[in-house]
Design a protein around this ligand. Structure first.
Ligand code: NAP
Length: 268
């Protein structure tokens, strides 16, 4: 059988690194991206992964990345920005950037690999979303909206490509202990009225991340999706996903929102 090629965006750390490692172990030819592959520390480099540059903020970079990799059978749209801030204080250029990084660029990469997948009659595209898209949280509106949009692209377009052997799937991680807390982007105006509550949510997010499951557990779910003959359109992993998604079915939209805020220390 031909060796399949997988491209994992954001393979320099966390979930992307663990997914690239697992795909190598499963026998895939694996390409992993970073904005600066030369700067990936030796300890974060996975044997067998070929690193290629990708800046999601640039369409040209996405096109060059796909041109360099060639035929892609499996695309893991994992790289993303974890943006935080009260809606009132979020600069519009930051909102545009998170949508470019978390939605427009992964969609462009998907568009670029679909023709080849269609011709070969096989493809897997996994969108790494966030459980916050299913449980919207205050002070994360731009991030929540971007991950909800990414999921919506995947779910809506799934039926278009399924007849060609291509499966579009969203995987929503809960709190995952990857060190992402240190890499969050944060926007808050000087003396913002939202300051104390914003800090409360950030502290809760940091605590949850520390108590979160490992990136390897998420990688296991992602690679199971890739290997599955008929994967579902949606998976969630971490933060007691089976329990909270079961509870979600019994709640109103307002109830879900209140539960999410309450679990981060906000009574709203
Ligand atoms: N950790 C969590 O609790 C959690 C929960 C839910 C969802 N997620 C989602 O899971 C994904 C991975 O998260 P993680 O925790 O593994 O994060 P991470 O360790 O911070 O890794 C993020 C990766 O994205 C890449 N990246 C960031 N900005 C980029 C840009 N503008 N262009 C290209 N690459 C970029 C980084 O690569 P370079 O810096 O090398 O360029 C890095 O490899 C993200 O989409 C995140 O939103 C994470």
């Amino acid at each position: 059988m031909n060796v399949r090629t997988a491209l994992v965006t954001g393979a320099s750390s966390g979930i992307g690194q663990a997914t690239a490692e697992r795909l190598v172990a499963e026998g895939f030819r694996v390409y992993g991206t970073s904005r600066n592959p030369a700067a990936i520390p030796a300890g974060a480099r996975v044997d067998g992964v070929r690193y290629v540059p990708l800046e999601l903020g640039s369409a040209e970079s996405a096109e060059q990345c796909i041109a360099e990799v060639g035929a892609v059978d499996v695309l893991i749209n994992n790289a993303g920005e974890s943006q935080n801030g009260p809606l009132e204080d979020l600069p519009m250029d930051a909102i545009e950037r998170v949508f470019t990084t978390n939605v427009v660029a992964p969609v462009l990469l998907t568009q670029l690999v679909l023709p080849g997948m269609r011709q070969r009659g096989y493809g897997r595209v996994v969108m790494v979303g966030s459980m916050l898209a299913s449980f919207p949280l205050a002070y994360r509106s731009s991030y929540v909206a971007s991950k909800a949009a990414l999921k919506a692209f995947s779910t809506a377009a799934r039926g278009e490509v399924a007849p060609f052997g291509i499966r579009l799937v969203t995987v929503e991680p809960g709190s995952i202990n990857t060190g992402i807390s240190e890499r969050r982007t944060k926007y808050i105006a000087d003396n913002s009225v939202y300051g104390p509550d914003f800090q409360q949510v950030l502290d809760a997010l940091d605590q949850n991340e520390k108590r979160g499951i490992s990136a390897e557990r998420v990688a296991h779910t992602i690679v199971s999706v890739v290997l599955h003959r008929r994967p579902r359109s949606f998976y969630a992993v971490g933060s007691h996903a089976p329990l909270v998604f079961a509870a979600r079915r019994t709640l109103t939209e307002g109830g879900i929102n209140r539960l999410s805020n309450l679990s981060h220390g906000l009574r709203r």
